[in-house]
Structures are given as structure tokens and as C-alpha cells.
Design a protein around this ligand. Structure first.
Ligand code: SAH
Length: 251
């Protein structure tokens, strides 16, 4: 049965134990999620994964393998990172119900992803650059780190609950909620490239010594949650700036 849940993918980044990949597949399938993407798993053992997957062997067998998180999420409009600890990278922070609600709403029209980190280290700050939101499952302050597949189960359950709630009463939920079209990660990346190029053109940053201005601007823009139309306006402004600049060869 095709549903909005098909637009929600689970991404496992650099998973260490193949058994956790199987347990993840089982957790997903029980909650109606089937799209699994594996980013560079460590020493992937299909047999071990299938042992833990039980009847979710199709999810493991159909999983897509990619080399980078960017590749896994570049066509997505919402990419929610899951972290046990508060991280330096400053993304909008959601609780599980809010995260699931946002994912289900966006999945009505666009591709979205829920991203899980490696067992030991969790997601790195470089991974978080490609995410739009962050969610932490509340836990005891004494021990905040769930087993990877347990974290997948908890968040998949939240997604399934929200999906059922939205589909019971679709009209009221849509009427009350913002349904802006958000840019894909790929379009966001193109915007940042355009911004950097324009700042070089006007001499605000130097190509050879860019410093960390772009990093700070990325953080600032990720807090604004620009939608597709707003990003189009920004790209238009940058293009006009580039045209005005006498030193720009593209003029
Ligand atoms: N030591 C790591 C935990 C890794 S656990 C850290 O502090 O981040 C493996 C993965 O399970 C995490 O990367 C995250 O995706 C998920 N996870 C574990 N506990 C979680 C929690 N409380 N909230 C959200 N995700 C969690």
C-alpha cells in the first residue's frame, strides 16, 4: 500500500555492527517504514543483518548503499538528525513528537529523512551540516545513549503515531499547520555556493583565505528555515549583486 510513509527514509551513518542494521530494519517495518539508506557501514555482513531482521529481510535487501550522508539526503527537504547529546552545531531542536509531526507533514509532498549516527560516536558536526533539524529522545540524566535500533524504534513509533493521527483527521490538521515547500538539501547547497561566490565577487571574502564566515552564515541561514520561494528571492538578490559588480566577468 503506497502512502506518505514511503517518502520518509531512515539513514544509518557509518554503522558499526551489521546486527544493528537488521534490528533497525525490523523496527522500521513494524512502523510502516521501508526505505533504508546505509552510508558507509563498517564491514557490512549481510548474514548478520538478516539474522536480526527476521521478516524485515526485504528492508535489508532493498537498502541503498551510498558513500556520503550528502548523497543520502540531497533530494530531501527535511533532514532530522538524531543525537543523544547536545551538540555544538546549532540546528532547530525538536522533541520526538514535534520531529515526527514535521516529517509526516512534509512527507505529504516531499522526501524527508531521519538520520542516525554510529554506535560509539554518534553523528559528527560535519554530518550535521547536511541536516535541517535535530531531535533527542528524553532519557534519564544518568544514561542518555539508547541502543541504535532502540532509538530507531522509538522515533519510528512517533512517526507512525503522527501519520495515523494526521490521516484520521486530515482536514483540520492541514488547516492548522504551515505547509511551506522547503528546498532540498541539494538546492540549499547550491544556494551556499552561490552566496560564497557572490561574497568573493564583492571582495567580502577571499577565495584563498575564506576564514569561517561561510560556516557562520550557514548556521545563521539554517536557523531561518528559508522556504523554496524565499531561497529563490535570495538567489535573485545574489545574481543582481553579481551583475552590478564591475569586476565580475559574468557581467
Ligand atoms: N555516544 C553517542 C551515542 C551513539 S548511540 C552520542 O552521544 O551521540 C547511536 C545512535 O543512536 C545515535 O547517533 C543516535 O542516532 C541514536 N540515539 C541514541 N540515543 C539517542 C537519544 N537519546 N536521542 C536520539 N537519538 C539517540
Amino acid at each position: 500500500m503506497a502512502s506518505d510513509l514511503d517518502n520518509i527514509r531512515v539513514v544509518l551513518v557509518r554503522t558499526f555492527h551489521s546486527g544493528n542494521i537488521g534490528s533497525t530494519a525490523r523496527a522500521m517495518k513494524t512502523m510502516g517504514l521501508n526505505n533504508l539508506i546505509l552510508v558507509n557501514p563498517n564491514d557490512f555482513q549481510l548474514e548478520q543483518a538478516l539474522q536480526m531482521a527476521m521478516s524485515a529481510d526485504d528492508v535489508v535487501n532493498n537498502a541503498t548503499h551510498v558513500e556520503s550522508l550528502y548523497e543520502a539526503v540531497k533530494d530531501c527537504a527535511v533532514v532530522t538528525a538524531t543525537t543523544a547529546r547536545t551538540r555544538g552545531y546549532d540546528l532547530p531542536m525538536l522533541n520526538p513528537a514535534q520531529a515526527a509531526h514535521g516529517l509526516c507533514l512534509s512527507a505529504k509532498k516531499q522526501q524527508v529523512a531521519l538520520v542516525f549516527g554510529p554506535e560509539r560516536m554518534g553523528l559528527s558536526n560535519e554530518d550535521l551540516v547536511h541536516c535541517t533539524h535535530r531531535v533527542t529522545i528524553p532519557t534519564s540524566p544518568d544514561y542518555s545513549s539508547l541502543n541504535l535500533a532502540a532509538a530507531v524504534q522509538t522515533l519510528s513509533y512517533e512517526v507512525f503515531k503522527q501519520f495515523c493521527a494526521l490521516n484520521e483527521n486530515v482536514e483540520t490538521n492541514i488547516a492548522n499547520t504551515e505547509t511551506r515547500e522547503m528546498p532540498s538539501i541539494e538546492n540549499t547547497e547550491l544556494f551556499y555556493q552561490h552566496l560564497e561566490e557572490s561574497l568573493v565577487d564583492v571582495g567580502f571574502i577571499f577565495k584563498k583565505h575564506p576564514g569561517d564566515v561561510m560556516k557562520k552564515l550557514r548556521r545563521m541561514f539554517s536557523r531561518t528555515q528559508m522556504d523554496q520561494t524565499e531561497m529563490g528571492i535570495m538567489r535573485g538578490i545574489l545574481a543582481s549583486m553579481q551583475k552590478q559588480n564591475p569586476s565580475n566577468p559574468k557581467k
